[in-house]
Structure formats: structure tokens, C-alpha cells
Design a protein around this ligand. Structure first.
Ligand code: NDP
Length: 329
């Protein structure tokens, strides 16, 4: 029997195990134009937390009692759709379950690049696209810039560090703990900040970038955004990608250095990865070439088994992942 995770209640604060339930789903015969896929890798992502709240946003909230959705990679088991055959490896959004059934348009065949399949959920997939266009299009970062990136050991952050270095920028990455900081260094960062170590973040950033920063790639919000404002050079550009520090919090965001936006003429621009899907060709060309040349590292943290999915998701908010958080089925 196929199984899927559903949301039983809306989390308040950090999601709890009992906000989720694993249910059995009947496997109906395929209709014309449909494909049945055995999922091999599931992605859990911080944005899913926002979809667990019953609020209007850029994507509708998850419905209670319905299978959750999310990025996944799997292998076609059965097809009644032209262009798909058993054995094809596909990317799709019917995650949080072991078997995905949908119309052919919901599935994209993975290119035969030799890259491991799960990389298409990480640096060669949505998080990579977020990093690439957030840095280069939203923040308009260019060679010679000093770039500060938070959650630098995570999926998006680790891609930002590498893209920025490949493009000739100076990179300061912030992450929680010595081990993650060592990874960020290993990815090429010029300086690292352990934000969990003793001392104010602003002082640590000042020590790493005494002349200030041209670009901030924000994955965290909160104190990180405040420190970046404090150290913004004139005309600095901030790509506001995520604010994970606030996702489980009911406290208002407080910025001590907000007025630096005025004096330093800072541009803050929020964005959603899908804004840039019309330019995916550029992403695949450049990132594909770097990957083929062995220039990209794809750190990952893997949890095994469908049962582990909510725990893997919840661990995103306590720093339980280095690189892309994945569930292997
Ligand atoms: P990550 O792989 O970076 O995982 C989350 C990481 O965030 C954790 O490992 C942890 O690392 C860090 N973190 C969690 N809580 C806090 C906190 N309170 N303060 C500081 N760091 C914290 O996730 P992703 O790479 O998938 O996503 C990164 C960000 O990008 C998220 O905010 C996400 O919502 C956003 N995003 C936005 C998109 C868009 O379209 N705008 C698309 C994709 C992602 P550590 O141990 O270092 O604390």
C-alpha cells in the first residue's frame, strides 16, 4: 500500500511530531496521460513551514488531512503517457510520499548528465536556482564585491558561497558551529563567522569585513540582517531570500540598524525563486558546465525512510543539516 504524510494540525512555533500523520493511500489504476513514479529522494525545505500556516501568501497553505507536497525525484514504474517509460528518472512536486501518481505535465525527466539524481533537489535544482539568481540577478553581485551570506552551510547558502567565488567575489559566510564553518571555508569562503560562538554578530562581521559589505544574501533575517545593515557600504544590495529566524516565532522583527538603509542608500529586494524560471536556460548552462568540470560541491544530509520525513523537516530549524536536507527512500 502506498503511503503519504499529511498535516493533521497547524504548528504553533516549531512543528511537532504530532502535527503530522502517515496515512495509507489506495493505488488506483492509471488514467490515460498519467504516470506512476516510485519516489527515491524527497526534499524538505524551510519554505514548507510557511505553507503550514493558514495565511495568504505566494503559494496556498497546505490543506489539513491532504498529502503534503514538495520536491522529489523518482523512477517511473508505469506510464500511460507519451514520452515516459518505466525506468525514466523524473523530478516533480509530489513528495512526502513513496508513490507519486499524476499527469505527465507534472513530471520532468532528469537530464543524463551523470550527476547524482538528488543533486537536482539541491545545487542543480531549486536551491541552486535560488542562489544563482538571488546573487547575480537580485543582488546584482559582481566580481570584486564583498558578499556576506547567512546559513552559508545550508542548501542555498553553500551554493551562494561557491557561485560567488567562481564569479570572483570575496565571500564571508555565517553558520552555526565550528564544523559547519569548516565546511563553508572548504567551499571557498574567504572568512567564516560562527554566529553561535560568544560575542555580538555585528562585531564578528566587522572583523571579517572592516570596509563593509557590498552585498548581503539573507537566508536568516533577525540579527543577521541587522548586522548586515550595520556593515552595509554605500549603495549595498541585499537579496532577501529567507528569514528562517522568524519562521517559528511570534515575536516582531526588531532591527537596531534599520536606519542604515537611508544613510547608506541600501537596496533591499525580496524575491521568490519562481520569478526567475524564465531564465532557467542560463542556470543550466553555467551551473551544468561547472558541475561537469567538477567545480561544484554538493554537501548533503540524508535521513533514511519515509518515516523520517517530518523529523528531517523539523531539523532544518535547529541546524540539523549540513548542505541539502534529503530523505532517501
Ligand atoms: P538550509 O539548508 O539553509 O537549512 C536551514 C538552515 O538554517 C539550518 O541548517 C540552520 O543552519 C539555519 N538556521 C535555522 N534556524 C536559524 C536561526 N534561527 N538563525 C540562524 N540560522 C538558522 O535551508 P535552505 O537552503 O533550503 O533555505 C535557506 C533559506 O532560503 C531559508 O530561509 C528559505 O526559506 C529560503 N529560501 C527562499 C527561496 C525563495 O524563493 N525566496 C527559495 C528557497 C529557499 P545553522 O546550523 O548554520 O544555524
Amino acid at each position: 500500500m502506498a503511503r503519504a504524510w499529511t498535516l493533521t494540525s497547524r504548528p504553533v512555533g516549531l512543528p511537532a511530531a504530532d502535527n503530522f500523520a502517515l496515512v495509507e493511500m489506495s493505488s488506483a489504476p492509471l488514467a490515460d496521460g498519467e504516470v506512476r513514479v516510485r519516489n527515491a529522494w524527497l526534499s524538505v525545505d524551510p519554505y514548507m513551514r510557511g505553507r503550514m500556516n493558514d495565511v495568504k501568501s505566494y503559494v496556498p497553505p497546505f490543506a489539513l488531512g491532504e498529502p503534503l507536497t514538495g520536491g522529489a525525484v523518482g523512477i517511473v514504474e508505469e506510464s500511460r503517457a507519451e514520452g515516459f517509460a518505466p525506468g525514466d528518472r523524473v523530478l516533480h512536486m509530489l513528495g512526502w510520499r513513496d508513490e507519486a501518481v499524476g499527469s505527465a505535465k507534472e513530471f520532468t525527466k532528469l537530464p543524463a548528465t551523470g550527476a547524482p539524481d538528488q543533486m537536482f533537489l539541491g545545487i542543480l535544482g531549486m536551491p541552486g536556482v535560488t542562489a544563482y539568481f538571488g546573487l547575480l540577478a537580485v543582488a546584482e553581485a559582481k566580481a570584486g564585491d564583498t558578499v556576506f551570506v547567512s546559513a552559508a552551510a545550508g542548501a542555498v547558502g553553500s551554493a551562494v558561497v561557491q557561485i560567488a567565488k567562481l564569479k570572483g567575489m570575496t565571500v564571508i559566510g555565517s553558520a552555526g558551529g565550528a564544523e559547519k564553518c569548516a565546511l563553508v571555508r572548504d567551499l571557498g569562503a574567504d572568512a567564516v563567522i560562527d554566529y553561535k560562538a560568544e560575542g555580538p554578530l555585528m562585531k564578528k562581521l566587522k572583523a571579517a569585513a572592516p570596509d563593509g559589505i557590498h552585498v548581503y544574501f539573507d537566508n536568516v533575517g533577525g540579527e543577521h540582517l541587522d548586522a548586515a545593515l550595520a556593515m552595509a557600504r554605500d549603495n549595498a544590495r541585499f537579496a532577501i531570500c529567507g528569514m528562517i529566524d522568524s519562521y517559528n516565532s511570534l515575536e516582531p522583527l526588531q532591527l537596531r540598524y534599520a536606519m542604515r538603509m537611508i544613510a547608506a542608500r541600501v537596496t533591499l529586494k525580496g524575491f521568490i525563486v519562481t520569478d526567475h524560471f524564465d531564465r532557467l536556460g542560463e542556470f543550466h548552462a553555467e551551473m551544468g558546465a561547472w558541475a561537469a568540470a567538477g567545480k561544484l560541491k554538493a554537501p548533503e544530509t540524508v535521513h533514511d525512510g519515509l518515516e523520517a520525513t517530518p523529523d528531517a523537516f523539523r531539523a532544518l530549524f535547529t541546524g540539523g543539516n549540513t548542505g541539502k536536507m534529503l530523505v532517501r527512500l
